[in-house]
Design a protein around this ligand. Structure first.
Ligand code: GAL
Length: 977
């Protein structure tokens, strides 16, 4: 009998032959040789065809092999020749039968030949081959000798190659399997993308070089003093010239005064660690983290996390993110008021953490662990609860490698044991090990709801009402009274909330209010930072992004992988703009002739900010100036007198006050706006709608009616306005469903869009009951109703003209039948106009899209955009682009000569697009949206809120658009410049 399984890659033990893990230290003066570049590569779709390991022999002829760039994911190379990416959220891509994986196990064999650089002394110390990330199993050979194997895709491994290296023609050969026992530990919601995807380096470790070092710091907020102790093997000296420190390793130094490190004030002190064999640059940040009064405190101060979950992603290269892009992420975060990152769900490239140290971001560093797919087998066999020594060593290995690699980053203030790996005693073992190694940082793991092993209560997607209870320490008790008592006193964070999938997330302000109200609720981390769309080009050359299922995956989770605050190309989505406003660090109000400024930061004062004010009337600036503001300490409020001009004449006047950077910083330019607020100084609807109804007679002709510039057919259907053909002007309740409307994960019990399709709201049929002249108006009585059930909307249109040209509509809508528990997607009037119209100018909220629960970042003003610019290119097409509280809008052709003006009574929501809602709903990718023969305007009374039901709470009750008796209207006027 020949036994094939378990195969060696099905051994749960994490590695063999590897060096002990140690702090990231690639910037020392020890010699190194990057082995990145084009390597020889041979791909086998299964282990059956992969064959034996003879390719590792130096003499092996690899001339017929392909080449592949290292680092890279092989599925993103070779145009499908090496398999394709596959996306699954929770499912394992094979039977849950740990530690086994199928023979269809894609295997990549790699070879590279290199010489040692001149002066490389193999007789001095060691020479290590280092891999910073290989997914998921790698066996490494140098010059035909096996050095060992390793797992832990997002963790480094080093092998000692000293004895097998020579000065010339070294052959490094690596066999990588996509699937291994370790895959059971790496079931994160992301693309499966195998390969050597981070750097490979040959490192010289001279005799007496630093085996490992650990920088221990503390900061005492009472007197501003700090301590420093650098443990190092072997011993050496530590110097920090700026602090006049020159001390032996292992000795604790007390420093009377330092500037502490915080995410707001990321003060680093540069120093050097010197041993007999090496010099290592140090960047020391002094801070202390502790849990006290049910709060996570840094330097004695409660911190409020305004965070994001960051997966590593770059559309062209997957989880290989270049340094410029890592910096871009940090700059985007800082400039959008984000102050914290959870490295979901694995340790990122260490350079990213160095950037967090330097630019200032709080970091929860998370272990590369998720076993979510065990959910499908009732968590039977979950390694996290296993007694198998192999699994236990794998888990301890993972957490150990994270802590050892990253322990010297001041930005990391919390260690996370992983994500969605169920509950089990091995989390306790991991946590115990971490505490024994580093007692300076608290421990997080959301899966441990009872907080048996953790130092904070963490949840994901808890609804606002539950967060409110938790804030008051009134959460539903645990069965175990002891654990309940412990948990009830712990700080609370939402390690994930507000699912940024497609249009949304809605309801952010309501969360933020709770975080600001309850000291225990220390904020959260939006899911997630970026859409993981993979770039593609349509037949007509249009660029777009692919998601799950676009690569022929048999099972997949579709566009659930596109749920970020950034589009794949890192353009901010409206969700990020909204988040920036909701979490702004300065709160500004205006009352009693004074501007009230509250510093919402945790540490820094506002002396870096300049405060500017301006008054706009009808969208034009009529006065502006600067506000002299005294220093405002963190948490304090100051009121400053502001003499605003007297408002004369008609039209809305708004005061805007904004807080802008006084000077350029490392993360944004001078003048960059951090916070703002607007205040109405006049009457809202003053003089915009001076229209009185029904002043001019309706004319009935042989073919229909004329009302002002409006031409109607005999059934009372508007067919022309002035010279413009008008199509299908009628009541509209449908919107292309958003990801949050579809909401597979909607919290039960909330009204959500899942019912819309069942109720047929996407296929409303219309009936005109009557059209007649009544009381100086053309009155058209209609019914709009979906099939099957008894629900309908009676809509009575009352068309009049105040002046013989303008056309005013007063619409009265009455729902009939049972509309309870069924929100309307939208309620308004949709009509088609000639496609030559291309620009919209409006007065209302803007410039971006804004829905009932996502309009915090929109400000009242006058805006102009092209219709194309008004579309938000969500990777999966869906309702988008609605501008809220529009008082008037002018829709014109390119020249601005022809068109029409819509005036609200008093305002409306506006969308303008080149396709219908039905076409938008049917589209699966952006190139499916093709301009048709009309521009479609939706002039809406309202739209249902957005919520975050794609994962989390649906639309909050106050943002639901209920079907109820509604009066609504607007006036059309021919456009005149
Ligand atoms: C969470 C999970 C994340 C992601 C998110 C939904 O449950 O931790 O990894 O899957 O849901 O996008």
């Amino acid at each position: 009998m020949t036994v094939f399984h378990p195969a060696e890659y099905e051994d749960p033990r994490p590695w063999r032959g590897a060096e002990s893990p140690r702090s990231w230290n690639v910037d020392s003066d020890a010699a190194k040789l990057s082995l990145n570049g084009d390597w020889r590569f041979h791909f086998s779709p299964s282990v059956i065809v992969a064959g034996d390991e003879s390719f590792v022999e130096p003499k092996f002829d690899d001339q017929k092999w392909d080449t592949i760039p290292v680092p890279s994911h092989w599925v993103l190379q070779g145009d499908g020749k090496y398999g394709l990416p596959a996306y699954q959220n929770i499912n394992y891509p094979f039977v849950v039968d740990p530690p086994h994986v199928p023979d269809e196990n894609p295997t990549g064999d790699y070879r590279v030949t290199f010489d040692l650089p001149a002066g490389w002394d193999l007789g001095d110390g060691k020479s290590l081959v280092r891999f910073d990330g290989v997914e998921s199993w790698a066996k490494v050979f140098v010059n035909g000798t096996e050095l060992g194997y390793s797992t832990g895709s997002r963790l480094p491994v080093e092998f000692d190659a000293t004895s097998v290296l020579k000065s010339k023609d070294n052959v490094l050969a690596v066999r990588v399997h996509q699937w291994s026992a370790a895959t059971y530990l790496e079931d994160q919601d992301q693309w499966f993308m195998p390969g050597i995807f981070r750097e490979v380096t040959l490192l010289h470790r001279p005799k007496d070089s630093v085996v490992d070092y650990f920088v221990h710091v503390s900061y005492d907020e009472k007197d501003g003093s700090a301590t420093l102790k650098v443990d190092c093997d072997p011993s050496g000296r530590v110097t920090i010239p700026e602090l006049s420190i020159d001390t032996a390793t292992g000795a604790e130094v007390k420093i009377p005064k330092v500037s502490p490190w915080t995410a707001e004030t990321p003060r680093l002190y540069d120093g050097t660690l010197t041993t007999a064999g090496e010099k290592v640059p140090l960047r020391v940040g002094f801070r202390s983290v502790r849990i006290e009064d049910s709060q996570i405190k840094v330097n004695g101060q409660r911190v409020l996390f305004k965070g994001v979950n960051r997966h590593e992603f770059q559309p062209e290269s997957g989880r290989l993110v270049d340094r410029a892009t890592m910096l871009k992420d940090v700059l985007l975060m800082k400039s959008h008021n984000v102050n914290a990152v959870r490295t979901s769900h694995y340790p990122p490239h260490p350079y990213f953490l160095s950037l967090c140290d330097e630019y200032g971001l709080w970091v929860i560093d998370e272990c590369d662990l998720e076993t979510h797919g065990f959910d499908f087998v009732g968590w039977e066999g979950n390694p996290v609860d296993s007694d198998d020594e192999g699994w236990i060593s794998a888990l301890l290995n993972r957490v150990g490698r994270m802590v050892e690699r990253d322990k010297n980053h001041p930005s990391i203030i919390i260690w996370s044991m992983g994500n969605e790996a169920g509950v089990g005693k091995n989390i306790g073992k991991m946590a115990d090990w971490v505490r024994s190694r580093d007692s300076s940082r608290p421990i997080h793991y959301e899966g441990d709801r009872s907080c048996k092993y953790t130092d904070m209560y963490s949840r994901m997607y808890a609804v606002q009402a539950e967060v409110d209870l938790i804030g008051q320490h009134k959460e539903v008790p645990l069965d175990d009274p002891e654990l309940d008592a412990k948990r009830r006193q712990l700080p609370f964070i939402l390690c994930e909330y507000a699912h940024a999938m497609g249009n949304g997330p809605g309801g952010l302000s309501e969360y933020q209010e709770l975080f600001e109200k309850y000291p225990r609720c220390q904020g959260g981390f939006i899911w997630e930072w970026i859409d993981h769309g993979l770039p593609a080009i349509a037949a007509d050359g249009t660029k777009y992004y692919k998601y799950g299922g676009d690569f022929g995956e048999q099972t997949h989770d579709s566009n659930f992988v596109c749920d970020g605050l950034l589009f794949p190309d890192r353009t901010p989505t409206p969700g990020l703009i909204e988040f920036k406003k909701v979490i702004e660090p300065v709160k500004i109000s205006f009352e009693g002739g004074k501007v009230w400024i509250r510093n919402g930061r945790d540490f820094a004062d506002l002396s870096d900010l300049a405060f500017a004010w301006r008054v706009e009337q009808n969208g034009k600036v009529i006065d502006q100036g600067q506000i002299e503001v005294p220093t405002i300490a963190a948490g304090e409020t100051v009121a400053v007198e502001l003499g605003v001009p007297t408002i004369n004449g008609h039209g809305e006047a708004w005061l805007q006050v904004s807080a802008n950077l006084k000077a350029k910083t490392v993360w944004a330019d001078e003048g960059h706006e951090l916070a703002w607020a607007q205040f109405l100084l006049s009457d809202k609807s003053d003089a915009i709608n001076g229209v009185t109804a029904g002043a001019v007679q309706v004319v009935e002709g042989s073919k229909g009616y004329t009302v002002g510039a409006g031409t109607f057919d005999s059934k009372g259907q508007l067919v022309k306005f002035g010279d413009l053909d008008v199509s299908l002007a009628r009541v509209d309740i449908w919107r292309a469903m958003t990801d949050n409307d579809v909401g597979p994960h909607c919290t039960p019990g909330t009204w959500n869009g899942k019912n819309w399709l069942a109720a047929g709201l996407d296929r409303v049929l219309y009936r005109v009951n009557s059209a007649a002249i009544e009381g100086g108006a053309l009155v058209v009585k209609t019914v709009a109703a979906p099939a099957i059930y008894g629900r309908s909307l009676e809509a009575v249109y009352r068309w009049t003209s105040p002046d013989g040209e303008a056309l005013r509509l007063d619409l009265h809508v009455t729902p009939r039948g049972d509309w309870s528990a069924l929100a309307l997607p939208r309620l308004g009037v949709r009509f088609g106009l000639p496609k030559g119209l291309s620009r919209v100018e409006w007065f209302g909220l803007g410039p971006g899209e804004a829905y009932a629960d996502t309009h915090t970042a929109a400000r009242v003003g006058q805006y102009a955009l092209s219709i194309d610019e008004m579309q938000t290119p969500y990777v999966y097409p869906q309702e988008n682009g609605s501008r809220a509280e529009v008082r008037w809008a002018e829709v014109t052709d390119e020249s601005g000569q022809a068109g029409l003006r819509v005036e609200g009574h008093p305002d409306f929501a506006l969308t303008a697009r080149r396709w219908t809602s039905e076409e938008l709903h049917a589209a699966k990718h952006t190139p499916d949206l093709v301009a048709g023969d009309n521009v479609w305007l939706n002039v809406d009374y309202g739209l249902n809120g957005i919520g975050t039901g794609s994962c989390g709470p649906g639309v909050l009750p106050k943002y639901l658009l209920a079907a109820k008796e509604t009066d609504f209207g607007f006036t059309l006027r021919p456009f005149k410049k």
